[in-house]
Design a protein. Structure first.
Lengths: 491, 485
């Protein structure tokens, strides 16, 4: 077993293997229109309703760069702490396919818009830096639909020409968990920036996964296989797991690994060879003569930079410094921009006398549990940040106990009710009048004289009994702290 | 009014403006002559009925302020025209009817001109004789069984044969200037970025440029004025100050310095061409300009460079003709089989040859040796011109190394065919404007052209030089109407 709990090794007899992973993430640029045309990009539209003459590659049609997509790519580059290349070049990647109308994809090959950068992952045993090799802009292809007709393939060009950012990592990832953390971090950064919605179900974020293995401690890279187009984190993890073990088995059998492109079969949970290196396409890349090199000015980059919102790493730092959260709590709260927004709204609504710890516990505890159960995003939360803040304040100022709060919270779920009103209507207000509690306790001691004497003689366990009786008598509303204090005095 | 078709554009516009002729008169005259001229095979698609309707409509409410008021004209079939079949001379687009209009033709219709039809050309503009067209050879009005040059062969023959008063062609390596030279007409290839490429079937994107073809320089200038606009739909369109070329046209070229590049004196060039060039030098001197011997040292590399760059871009540009979306589709067993059959049957031999060359030079392992090297040489060729233009205002050369040749004479020898473009190709590689004007006849009585090459965006200057020379040359095209029975 390894020392570090996140170290992922594959063991065979006497040998231990390390897995080396690099990702090529394809992130759809959040943009109303396509990379080189004005067609819409809405997901789920009727087939071929968002296709211009440019997207369908009619004779004489020419691409015109969408400046907004350029801005989005630069924004993302800044979010990845990466170098922005002021001059980049669009190239043609030539290949034939029915859903590729031009017969080439416009992409960036030698001179991408964004160069080297890095992202920081929060792993259980500390932080891990993952290098970014590059980010480039490219067109998406259309969609071939093979299962609508036994003889024919149908083509939907709605996606044809949609802007993608291909984000290539360095081979810095070492385990399925790191891959998961990396994808989540990328997604988080891009959602903060508003450059990609990160919706994996709709295909807005997908990845080609490069996997190789090597003996633990080795500095050389093994032969890698590329697993194409995996569209969920779970599948990526499963594919890596399978592929790494497959490669290790080959090495153990004394066989060599062929560099090839593979597909992950989600039903059988295995990767399958798609094409070998020999069959690899010759894409005949060359600069697209229909487009001039893309040049962005310092001012343009500066303007984009000035409009970068607070990103997860900075927000986390601020939550720790300003709100005194633990790194763990801060990480959870900043991981998703909507969670962070919710939390900050709760904080704002709590006002001056706020209990940060309590707020965090309620969000990550009760609220997350409800969202999980109902399979909701925090943006769809049945309890608004404002009402949650009121609830936390009610606990903090002693109006209700934590226990009663749970009852109130349950009632809030139905139509985002104001907790203050629930407390009033149901009479759940905590009994905090010392005189009333004193009277109540006097009566209980009176009714249980023998037990009181036993307690005084040293049977301390009985203290709990008196607390329980007092709580019961008050219908659970008595302030538990006051009960404790008064009981101690009286007994 | 049988002499209507003999009139220049400038005369026709004048006669329309002073109400001596109606658009219907003119349109009818050109249609009548076109009907009698089927043997020239200049039209791929005739749009005569619609043209007459438009002419009548124009006459009902004539707007005489337009630059081409009610003027009928046919255009090369490389320009997409809304609702009118556009083939690029290829079987693969034989059934293609665009739903859109090219920027250049749109500019023309907006100035009042009327489409007569679509003119024959080499398939995808790949050829120097119009013999690669799926729609057959074009006859040169100069003589029977003579090629009109190419690729804008139909356009050149139509102007020379007076089937259209003016026309537009496209020029990737000489496709306007060479046929103009072969037919005794004037053809201008503008600076790259002057005319929008939007809606023009692409051959080689970094070289393609539309341009005017006419019977004289003034007509050419007027048409250039109409077609050259900055266009946001073409990312390579350039926003520069465009002159009113016809209004600003002058024959005063006194003191202009004209470069004579020694490298254009190529081996085996006929003496007639050399003599013509010398005559040209004398003409510009007679106009008060000065000639200066210059050197364009990388000239001999231009043709090989061109035949790497142009096919490379073409191989990619033509990938879209795959039978999937529009155009010709052959039946196939599966997708790949359909592609192979569609493209084998849909493209002619020359187009296939260039696709093969282009695919080869872009292949991994060959890219650096061919495409990348060609790009470097292209830069050197451009540098040659930049250097020369420090000393001269324009450059004078022959347009072609020979006069028009017979149909079939060079079809089996692609290299000798390619050599036709030896004087025109460097201009495209450097993105410069060049104009060919008729300057004399060879011993067979076939026209010969001289080329004036300008600085980028300096169309006005070369038009002026051409205009001044035209007066001195006083060229008369020998059109015998041999094809009209």
């Amino acid at each position: 077993m390894s020392k570090k709990n996140s170290e992922y090794l594959i063991n065979r007899k006497d040998n231990q293997y390390e897995v080396v992973i690099g990702l090529e993430v394809h992130a759809q640029v959040l943009s109303e229109s396509k990379l080189f045309s004005t067609s819409a990009t809405k997901f789920g539209a009727e087939p071929n309703t968002q296709v211009s003459l440019v997207d369908a590659a009619f004779p004489g049609m020419l691409p015109v760069i969408n400046e907004f997509c350029v801005k989005q790519a630069i924004k993302t580059g800044i979010g990845l702490n990466a170098k922005i290349n002021k001059r980049s070049v669009f190239d043609r990647k030539n290949y034939f396919y029915a859903d590729l109308p031009q017969g080439y994809q416009i992409s960036q090959f030698k001179d991408p818009i964004v160069g080297e950068g890095k992202v920081i992952l929060d792993m259980p045993d500390g932080q891990k830096e993952v290098g970014i090799e590059r980010l480039h802009l490219e067109q998406d292809a259309g969609k071939s639909i093979h299962d609508l007709d036994p003889q024919n393939t149908f083509v939907d060009l709605n996606r044809s020409g949609v802007a993608l950012m291909e984000i290539v990592s360095k081979p810095d990832l070492r385990s399925p968990d790191e891959v998961s953390a990396y994808i989540k971090k990328l997604r988080s950064i891009m959602r903060y920036l508003g450059t990609c919605d990160g919706n994996m179900q709709e295909g807005s974020l997908r990845a080609d996964v490069n996997v190789s293995v090597r003996a633990k401690g080795s500095k050389e890279f093994g032969t890698r296989c590329e697993i194409k187009n995996v569209n969920s984190i779970k599948f990526m993890q499963m594919a890596i797991e399978y592929e790494a073990n497959r490669q290790v088995d080959l090495i153990e059998e004394g066989k060599s690994i062929d560099q090839e492109t593979r597909l992950f079969d989600t039903k059988k949970n295995e990767t399958r060879s798609m094409r070998s290196k020999e069959d690899a396409h010759d894409y005949r890349y060359f600069p697209d003569p229909d487009l001039l090199p893309l040049e962005v000015s310092d001012e343009f980059v500066k303007e984009v930079k000035n409009n970068i919102p607070e990103l997860p790493d900075d927000k986390k730092k601020r939550f720790i410094d300003e709100f005194k959260l633990s790194p763990y709590e801060a990480t959870i709260l900043v991981s998703d921009i909507d969670t962070a927004k919710y939390f900050e709204e709760v904080v704002a609504k709590m006002g001056k006398n706020k209990d940060m710890k309590l707020a965090v516990n309620w969000i990550t505890g009760e609220l997350f549990a409800v969202l999980n159960n109902k399979n909701l995003e925090i943006s769809q939360s049945p309890v608004s940040a404002k009402n949650l803040a009121i609830l936390v304040n009610l606990i903090k100022n002693g109006t209700i106990s934590g226990k009663i709060a749970k009852t109130v919270f349950e009632l809030m779920l139905d139509g985002d009710k104001d907790p203050q009103k629930i407390v009033e209507e149901k009479g759940l207000k905590q009994q905090s009048d010392p005189k009333a509690i004193e009277a109540l306790i006097d009566k209980i001691i009176n009714d249980n004289r023998e037990k009181a004497i036993e307690y005084k003689q040293g049977k301390e366990k009985l203290f709990g009994f008196f607390v329980g009786q007092a709580m019961k008598a008050s219908g659970g509303k008595a302030n538990p702290q006051l009960i404790n204090e008064i009981l101690k005095k009286k007994l | 009014m049988s002499d209507i078709t003999k009139q220049s554009l400038t005369e026709l516009v004048k006669n329309i403006r002073n109400k001596k002729l109606s658009s219907t008169d003119i349109t009818k005259a050109f249609i009548d002559r076109s009907e009698k001229s089927k043997e020239l095979n200049v039209y791929i698609t005739e749009d005569f009925t619609s043209a007459l309707d438009k002419a009548k409509k124009f006459d009902q409410k004539p707007n005489l302020d337009l630059k081409l008021p009610g003027i009928p004209m046919a255009v090369k079939d490389l320009f997409c025209t809304k609702d009118v079949k556009t083939t690029a001379g290829s079987k693969i687009l034989n059934n293609f009817v665009p739903t859109y209009e090219s920027t250049v033709t749109d500019n023309i219709w907006k100035e009042g001109a009327i489409l007569l039809g679509k003119l024959n050309c080499d398939e995808f503009a790949m050829g120097s004789s119009n013999e690669t067209s799926f729609f057959g050879n074009v006859q040169n009005p100069i003589d029977k069984n003579l090629v009109p040059g190419g690729s804008s062969g139909g356009s050149a023959s139509a102007v020379a044969g007076q089937l259209t008063p003016i026309t537009i062609g496209t020029d990737t390596g000489g496709s306007i200037r060479q046929p103009a030279s072969f037919t005794g007409t004037v053809g201008l290839k503008p600076t790259y970025g002057s005319c929008s490429r939007y809606g023009i079937v692409a051959f080689a994107s970094s070289l393609d440029q539309a341009g005017p073809m006419a019977q004289n320089v003034k007509d050419c200038a007027l048409l250039q004025e109409v077609i050259s606009t900055y266009d946001l739909k073409d990312s390579t369109s350039i926003d520069f100050k465009r002159n009113q070329y016809s209004k600003e046209l002058t024959n005063n070229i006194k003191g202009k310095k004209i470069g004579i590049p020694k490298e254009y004196r190529v081996d085996g060039m006929p003496k007639e061409i050399e003599d013509l060039w010398q005559k040209g030098i004398q003409y510009v001197k007679d106009c008060g300009a000065e000639t200066i011997d210059i050197s364009l040292p990388h000239t001999s590399y231009a043709l090989p460079t061109y035949y790497i760059v142009a096919p490379a871009e073409a191989s990619s540009n033509l990938a879209r003709y795959d039978g999937v979306k529009y155009g010709f589709r052959a039946k196939g067993e599966n997708l790949i089989d359909m592609y192979e059959k569609t493209r084998s049957e849909g493209f002619g031999a020359e187009v296939q040859r260039r696709i093969m060359i282009g695919t080869y030079v872009l292949s991994s392992g060959y890219y650096d040796a061919y495409y990348l090297k060609a790009q470097k040489v292209r830069k050197l060729i451009k540098n040659d011109f930049d250097e020369a233009y420090k000393k001269v205002d324009a450059i004078l050369t022959p347009s072609t190394p020979s006069s028009a040749f017979k149909i079939g004479e060079k079809t089996n020898d692609p290299v000798s065919m390619y050599l036709n473009d030896i004087f025109t190709v460097p201009v495209n590689l450097a993105g410069l404007p060049g104009i060919s004007i008729p300057a004399g006849h060879d011993s067979k009585g076939y026209p010969l052209g001289l080329q004036i090459i300008g600085k980028a965006f300096d169309e006005q200057n070369i038009l002026n030089i051409a205009f001044a020379m035209e007066e001195k040359i006083n060229f008369k095209n020998k059109i015998t109407d041999w094809w009209i029975k």
